[in-house]
Design a protein around this ligand. Structure first.
Ligand SMILES: Nc1nc2c(c(=O)[nH]1)N[C@H]1C(S)=C(S)[C@@H](COP(=O)(O)OP(=O)(O)OC[C@H]3O[C@@H](n4cnc5c(=O)[nH]c(N)nc54)[C@H](O)[C@@H]3O)O[C@H]1N2
Ligand SMILES: Nc1nc2c(c(=O)[nH]1)N[C@H]1C(S)=C(S)[C@@H](COP(=O)(O)OP(=O)(O)OC[C@H]3O[C@@H](n4cnc5c(=O)[nH]c(N)nc54)[C@H](O)[C@@H]3O)O[C@H]1N2
Ligand code: SF4
Ligand SMILES: [Mo]
Length: 795
């Protein structure tokens, strides 16, 4: 209401008309009447600038209203993903830009002691002084043969800045660019890779699907991209004659669950077992897609519980290993067994399996609820296998992958590698030199283990660490490990905010805030076709800050030698982007004006047993090349990729390796709410004002417990309780009794509990990560966020 009033007021004022009626609608303290009376002039210059949001990874297109050089309003731009909409986090972006606690220029630490209670005693320095010192330290370490002890840790890295970090690391001579993907959602990507050859999140044809079963993915509050999903939800439920059915499998009654047709509470970590039970039903009841999966060679044959099938009895089409999977895993995994494991009734598993298989096109989706467990990859494989059984891969209304944007590649760095960088590169390739995270097998990163490895000098100690858009002292399990580890590392932070990690920095070389920054931002897999937004400054930088990519390019130039030559040839980051977008066929000016480039169409489709590119049928070779990229070119239910590396190749259920002990009898769940802007939303007042729509809390978190669990412990609504975990840490907060908690689950939303960051975030609420044990899925490296058990008692 308020905004409408204000807007209509501006209209009237702009037209120079009477203002009394409009102004009387405004509450007194905000009334612009008085300045107007004193000769207030309507805006001199009013414009909209297109850019890209950074409050979460969804990369929505935004347009920002600028009046006389000041950003006053954020709205959605016409971008294919968000189509003119933004979520509350996107709206709140001005509070990032105009945050009074932003770091206003480079800072240097003067207190040599680092610790949770140590004031860094930062003093302002010039860019020149900071860069000269850092460049000389880098040079010295390199000369001493320690270039590999320099590392980068990065978080929300969206576009070509990733290439810049990787190029810097390669030319300088370190294998250590550790991204945060292993505390994010790597199990999903790996499950896709081992089954269908695509190491990627999937895209989904939401508008045309008729059935979604979501295993621990926050369909309309998290997952990604949130606004796209909110739009899809509207379309699925109201935008067409036949409504899609949505089933939310979750350990709590989330907003997504309340908005679904059904909420299926499940024992944490057992989603894979439920999916296996469903697969068993689909096969024994003959509900699989004959066109995608194939069929028995003889009529009348069936899958029967407990009975093996001979391989020659079944002729597969686009899957491979179905019979082996059935014999090894599925034949005995009856709905009864699935029910015992998951706590979901047999009749429900049966019914959902039947619905899923008979309501095409159907999607089995999942995210961190199923994946952030020690059995995360296998859980996700069981779920993703359902998509193959019903023929949803690349189908209309089904699951797809997304083409990458056709960027023009940057000049190859190979000719610019000198003896040091070549030597490091060779040692990494032969395995002689490990990364600091000691990632193995399929892992992309093993971020959460960096602290322990450094502390144990295994494989070595780090000397220098660059931090970009990540906050390990807050976001990791048992962050105390990082507080200990980072004491003796020389840290260069790029944050515009004094985060927990920044309090350990030796230098802060502050990045622009996102509304002052420049970056290409491709969307996550979602629409099925590539879209790249341009994040561009909507106002001139308020302070003495620099784009982190430009800071690195500058340090690269100062390295001299071949590395210096390479970075000099790049020039600056804007040039990098201008070169890259040539392949997109858009000019810089067009991109600036539109804020987005999009391919606009999905090329690849599957229909009735055949694959097509733009209606041209593909042969098996093309399918293997473009779509089912496994060794066999099939959806491998017996994964050759896993088998090659000596792992059990089947989608299967393994009991999670919960962190527990005597008396730890409740599972801890620390989900994201829609107001969660990664770990950065605690310092945004407008988001804190609406923080938790479920329990109506603002500026704090409560410990959610099922009333029965509370009663057993003598806990009443509003009591202060301790939550204690096997890490030895405990946190205290108010209890909120909620029937929407699984009776064995404690829910503490993730976002608050900062000891640093800014005046609004600091010392408000609790950070449940102090309770989480550092456990991981050995296949993907995914941090097992959901596998810690706790005890709860009255404080
Ligand atoms: N609002 C918001 N959205 C975001 C982000 C953000 O910062 N804010 N960040 C984005 C990022 S980086 C990511 S990785 C995605 C993650 O997206 P999601 O994975 O969807 O988000 P989470 O909240 O981590 O977990 C989802 C759900 O899993 C449930 N859950 C926990 N344990 C279990 C279990 O054992 N089984 C089942 N079935 N459910 C369980 C939780 O209750 C929660 O509802 O979100 C993205 N979208
Ligand atoms: N318990 C629990 N833990 C979780 C999750 C959960 O659901 N529950 N979710 C996990 C997931 S999915 C993810 S992706 C991670 C995210 O965790 P992180 O990768 O740590 O990301 P953030 O917490 O958002 O921290 C980003 C940091 O970057 C800095 N920063 C902010 N803006 C800018 C900028 O514009 N430029 C630069 N250079 N720096 C900036 C700030 O210091 C900020 O603290 O957390 C994980 N941790
Ligand atoms: S979904 Fe993410 S990118 Fe889109 S407006 Fe919300 S916070 Fe911004
Ligand atoms: Mo994430």
């Amino acid at each position: 209401m308020k905004s409408i009033t204000r807007r209509s007021f501006l209209k009237i004022a702009g037209a120079g008309g009477a203002t009394a009626a409009a102004s009387s609608l405004l509450p007194a303290p905000f009334s612009p009447l008085s300045p107007l009376k004193k000769g207030f002039k309507p805006a001199l210059k009013e414009e909209w600038v297109a850019s890209v949001c950074q409050q979460c990874p969804a990369a929505c297109g935004i347009k920002v209203k600028i009046i006389n050089g000041r950003a006053v309003k954020i709205e959605g731009n016409s971008h294919p993903s968000n189509q003119g909409r933004v979520c509350p986090k996107g709206q709140a972006g001005l509070q990032i830009l105009y945050d009074p606690d932003r770091i206003k220029g480079p800072l240097k630490r003067t207190n040599p002691e680092k610790g949770p209670y140590q004031d860094p005693l930062f003093v302002p320095v010039s860019w020149e002084e900071a860069l000269t010192d850092i460049a000389s330290r880098l040079g010295k370490l390199r000369q001493e043969g320690k270039s590999h002890t320099v590392a980068f840790m990065s978080g929300r890295i969206q576009g070509k800045n990733k290439d810049i970090i990787n190029l810097f690391a390669k030319l300088y001579g370190t294998p250590n660019h550790v991204g945060h993907s292993s505390i994010c959602a790597d199990a999903s990507k790996l499950a896709h890779y081992v089954l269908d050859g695509n190491k990627s999140y999937a895209a989904y044809d939401w508008d045309n699907t008729n059935y979604l079963i979501s295993f621990g993915a926050g369909f309309i509050e998290a997952w990604r991209p949130t606004v796209r999903l909110l739009r899809a939800y509207g379309q699925m439920r109201r935008g067409r004659p036949i409504r899609a059915k949505i089933v939310q499998v979750d350990t709590r009654l989330s907003v997504s669950a309340t908005k679904a047709n059904e909420w299926i509470p499940i024992t944490p970590g057992t989603d894979g077992a439920m999916a296996l039970g469903m697969a068993h039903v689909i096969l024994t009841e003959g509900l699989w897609s004959r066109e995608f999966v194939g069929d028995f060679t003889a009529t009348g044959k069936r899958f029967k519980e407990g009975k093996s099938i001979a391989p020659e009895e079944f002729q597969e089409k686009w899957t491979k290993g179905l019979v082996d999977w059935w014999n090894a895993m599925l034949k005995d995994f009856s709905p009864k067994k699935a029910a015992e494991t998951t706590g979901v009734p047999v009749s429900t598993i049966r019914r959902l399996a039947r619905e899923f298989a008979t309501t095409p096109p159907a999607i089995a989706g999942a995210e961190r609820g199923a994946g952030a467990h020690t059995n995360g990859t296998y859980n996700r494989m069981c779920i993703h296998a359902l998509n193959a059984l019903v023929g949803s891969m690349f189908a209309f209304g089904g699951v797809m992958y997304q083409e990458n944007p056709p960027y023009t590649p940057l000049a190859s760095e190979e000719p610019y590698m000198d003896d040091v960088s070549k030597d490091i590169d060779a040692k990494v390739k032969t395995g002689e030199l490990k990364r600091i995270d000691k990632k193995t097998g399929f892992m992309e990163n093993f971020y959460q283990d960096v602290a322990d490895n450094h502390l144990k000098s295994d494989p070595y100690k780090l000397n220098m660490l660059f931090i970009y858009l990540t906050n390990p002292l807050f976001s990791t399990p048992e962050p105390g490990r990082f507080y200990e580890a980072f004491k003796d590392i020389f840290i260069v932070e790029s944050t515009p905010f004094l985060s927990e990690t920044a309090t350990y920095a030796d230098y802060i070389l502050p990045d622009h805030s996102y509304l002052e920054n420049t970056l290409d931002v491709p969307i996550y897999p979602s629409l099925g076709y590539p879209v790249v937004g341009l994040r561009q400054p909507v106002v001139a930088p308020l302070y003495d800050t620099r784009n982190f990519a430009d800071t690195l390019i500058e340090l690269g130039k100062r390295a001299g030698g071949k590395m210096g030559d390479y970075f000099s040839s790049l020039g600056n980051f804007e040039n990098v982007l201008k070169t890259s977008i040539k392949g997109l066929g858009i000019t810089w000016e067009q991109w600036q004006q539109m804020g987005v480039w999009s391919k606009g169409t999905i090329s690849y489709r599957y229909k009735n047993g055949r694959f097509y590119k733009d209606s041209q049928e593909l042969d098996e070779v093309a399918v293997k090349d473009k779509l089912l990229k496994t060794n066999s070119g099939k959806f491998e239910l017996r994964s050759s990729a896993l088998e090659e590396k000596g792992y059990n190749p089947y989608p299967q259920y393994q009991t999670p390796n919960y962190a527990t002990g005597p008396g730890y009898d409740l599972y801890l769940n620390t989900p994201k709410l829609i107001t969660h802007a990664e770990g950065r939303g605690a310092n945004v007042p407008n988001l804190q004002e609406i923080f938790n729509v479920e329990d109506q809390t603002k500026w704090e978190v409560k410990v959610h417990l099922h009333p029965e669990a509370a009663q057993k412990r003598g806990i009443k609504n509003g009591d202060l309780v301790w939550v204690e975990s096997p890490t030895g840490n405990k946190i205290r907060a108010q209890a909120e009794l909620f029937e929407g908690c699984h009776p064995q689950v404690v829910v503490i939303p993730y976002e608050l509990g900062h000891t640093a960051y800014g005046r609004w975030a600091r010392l408000r609420g609790v950070n449940p990560n102090w309770l989480l044990a550092n456990k991981s899925d050995p296949l993907s490296g995914q941090s097992a966020t959901n596998d810690t058990m706790v005890k709860v008692y009255r404080a």
